[in-house]
Design a protein around this ligand. Structure first.
Ligand code: GLY
Length: 383
């Protein structure tokens, strides 16, 4: 599904096509795509050469002028709404603000909204686009590694419920184009980049041993800033996500594989109050290590697999263990109770993504609570 192109004003980029019938789109991955955004977006526009951009303050300070210039180079005007940075922006108030702003900008059905930021902005702006006039098109320009390899692809959009939890209010709304500019990754803090790596290593573990091996060899290079390695990692991750989304767009089955590590992660995020104590991708990496430990204890995969997983996570400089989370954590019982409140609980049963080997995962609800408890108790004992 991917190829490499160098097309004049469009620059040099690699494409992963997401073949979803009349909702099909390209994910274009390359250097400098923000500065070339106008040439990429122009074919989506009608007579009105104008886009409305939703972004956040940190991304705006670093990259909004580049985007404005890149759009202007193709004769496209830009209006921008700059929201506060951070997870708390994924709320009703900011959604309301965004939708009213888009209406005030007279955005119509044929227009294009641009989501310019990390996962929070992509989810919020995508959801705003999905409900505005019963759905307008939108383009994702993800600026975090996590958004480039995961949240900008696949059409999940939404906000958090203040009472019930994360991502519980939303819609499937596929973007019309995704522009993943790997140059902007160079402006991320090391912690932000490494957090995104949690979602990258997840792909190798869940479905591609060769990619896992590539990361064993090249992960540290990628973490150190090598652009070719970063481009390959983003492309391979997006290819894998696209394949799964095409098989199961609305998560009736296989798409749940993308949640490897997430049952543990969501409990840890809830236990740390969705705060800076734990970034999402950090929780995913720790959750993947715990999911492999659980799989090995249940006799599903070899005893060596969890050590290999942990070695890879550590070699890239990522958080790997519960002891890497600052501050106190609740008891194992309390953490398992938090898992039971996760939205992925089905008919009251905890659902896990477990592994038969590195690169082979599956979804199951058949996991004894005692086994989960004992894995967490042992992990807490090392804190
Ligand atoms: N982030 C998981 C998914 O898109 O399904």
């Amino acid at each position: 599904m991917s190829d490499i192109r160098s097309l004049g004003a469009l620059g040099t980029f690699q494409t992963v096509h997401v073949p979803l019938g009349d909702r099909a789109y390209d994910v274009r991955i390359g250097e400098g795509l923000v500065a070339l955004a106008g040439a990429h977006i122009a074919p989506l526009l009608g007579k009105k050469k104008r886009v409305c951009v939703i972004t956040e303050e940190n991304v705006a300070a670093l990259h909004l002028d580049t985007l404005r210039g890149g759009l202007a180079a193709a004769g496209i005007e830009m209006e921008a709404l700059v929201l506060p940075a951070g997870e708390s922006t994924k709320c009703w108030a900011e959604l309301n603000k965004s939708v009213e702003w888009l209406l005030a900008q007279k955005v119509e059905r044929k227009d294009v909204v641009v989501a310019f930021g990390g996962g929070v902005i992509g989810d919020l702006a995508g959801f705003a686009a999905s409900i505005l006039r019963r759905g307008v098109r939108f383009v994702q320009i993800p600026t975090s590694l996590l958004a480039q390899v995961d949240s900008s692809v696949g059409g999940k959009t939404g906000i958090n419920s203040p009472a019930a939890g994360k991502n519980l209010i939303g819609a499937f709304h596929q973007p019309s184009l995704v522009l993943a500019d790997v140059s902007v990754l160079g402006t991320l803090t090391s912690r932000d980049f490494l957090s995104g790596c949690g979602e990258v290593v997840k792909y190798g573990m869940l479905g591609d041993e060769a990619f896992f091996e590539w990361l064993e060899a090249n992960g540290p290079l990628m973490a150190a800033g090598d652009v070719a390695a970063r481009t390959y990692a983003v492309k391979r991750s997006v290819e894998m996500k696209a394949e799964i989304v095409v098989r199961d767009e609305t998560e009736q089955g296989d798409r749940a594989l993308l949640n490897l590590g997430h049952t543990f992660c969501h409990a840890l995020e809830a236990a740390t109050g969705y705060s800076d104590r734990l970034f999402h991708g950090e929780g995913v990496a720790i959750g993947c290590a715990l999911a492999y430990e659980l799989s090995a204890r249940l006799g599903l995969c070899s005893q060596e697999a969890p050590s290999r997983v942990r070695a890879q996570i550590k070699a890239m400089g990522m958080k790997c263990d519960l002891k890497d989370i600052e501050g106190d954590l609740p008891s194992a019982e309390a953490l398992v109770d938090l898992m039971a409140q996760d939205k992925k609980v089905l008919d009251g049963q905890l659902r896990f993504i477990l592994a038969r080997s590195i690169g082979e995962s599956f979804v199951t609800s058949d996991v004894p609570r005692e086994a989960v408890l004992s894995v967490i108790e042992d992990a807490l004992r090392e804190c």
